[in-house]
Design a protein. Structure first.
Ligand code: ADP
Ligand code: MG
Ligand code: MG
Length: 251
């Protein structure tokens, strides 16, 4: 069974159809890149898969390891191993990042019928991850994303992802707003998650991120669906030619 199987998916927001027959299959061990122009529905895809209120599937299916995502709550999706890193991470005033990480991990464990991770184990693990991500532990005492720079937000999100060890990671424009040092650090974290048991989908407008995270498969998204699929060389081709031809084909 594929980790993610999207079949002829159609979805809308505020009565406007954004995904127009989306097909995508991600198997364990694969890293996919989805590239596309602004407004092509890349973030909409991630919101639909996450179960964000207001995003409505009108046709087709999205299956996570064979289970219909539309029938699962947000918590059930997380417990089943889905992780989404959003383009615009939410701020959670009043909740320390460390508290948030503990709650996210233990909610997932509880849902799976597993024991909570003890505080010393959690702190040890978070320290290891913070080191990999070149993050100051002091940051983890601050409220989630409040006043974080772009680089700090992405580091915090990558740390959360590494802590949760998801089956399927979807990263929406992780590269946006990152300087080259932060980009390398975050990419290094993502690369550490590469495994034969895990699927990773990186959504990006620019090919730059793919210099650091080498995809097995590259897709071009335009007007709410995948219009072309190829190997990593497709990303380089796009860097040369841009998206114009795909936009006119879609229109
Ligand atoms: P991308 O991430 O590829 O830039 P988005 O998924 O953000 O694209 O947006 C796809 C389309 O959906 C755009 O035309 C955008 O204006 C529209 N859209 C996004 N959110 C809403 C909303 N809440 N209501 C109406 N249209 C929306
Ligand atoms: Mg956009
Ligand atoms: Mg987007």
């Amino acid at each position: 069974t594929a980790l993610l199987e999207i079949r002829d998916l159609k979805a809308e927001i505020a009565g406007k159809q954004i995904l127009n027959g989306y097909d995508l299959t991600v198997k364990a061990g694969e890293v996919h890149a989805i590239m596309g122009p602004n407004g092509s529905g890349k973030s909409t895809l991630s919101y639909v898969l996450s179960g964000r209120p207001g995003y409505k599937i009108t046709e087709g299916q999205a299956l996570l390891a064979g289970a219909d995502l539309s029938q699962m709550s947000v918590d059930e999706r997380a417990a089943a191993g889905l992780f989404l890193a959003f383009q615009y991470p939410l701020e959670v005033p009043g909740v320390a990042t460390m508290t948030f990480l503990r709650a996210a991990l233990n909610a997932q464990r509880k849902k799976r019928g597993e024991e909570e991770m003890s505080s010393p184990d959690l702190i040890k693990r978070v320290k290891e991850l913070a080191k990999i991500l070149d993050m100051d532990m002091e940051m983890l005492r601050r409220p989630v994303n409040v006043g974080f720079s772009g680089g700090e937000k992405k580091r915090a999100e990558t740390l959360q992802m590494m802590l949760l060890e998801p089956k399927l990671c979807i990263l929406d424009e992780t590269d946006s707003g990152l300087d080259i040092d932060a980009l390398k650090v975050v990419s290094n974290g993502v690369n550490q998650l590469r495994s034969k048991d895990r699927g990773i989908v990186v959504i990006t407008h620019y090919q730059r991120l793919l210099d650091y995270i080498t995809p097995d498969v590259v897709h071009v998204q335009s007007a709410g669906r995948i219009v072309r699929t190829g190997g990593k060389e497709l990303a380089l081709e796009l860097e040369e030619t841009g998206y114009a031809r795909y936009q006119s084909e879609a229109a």
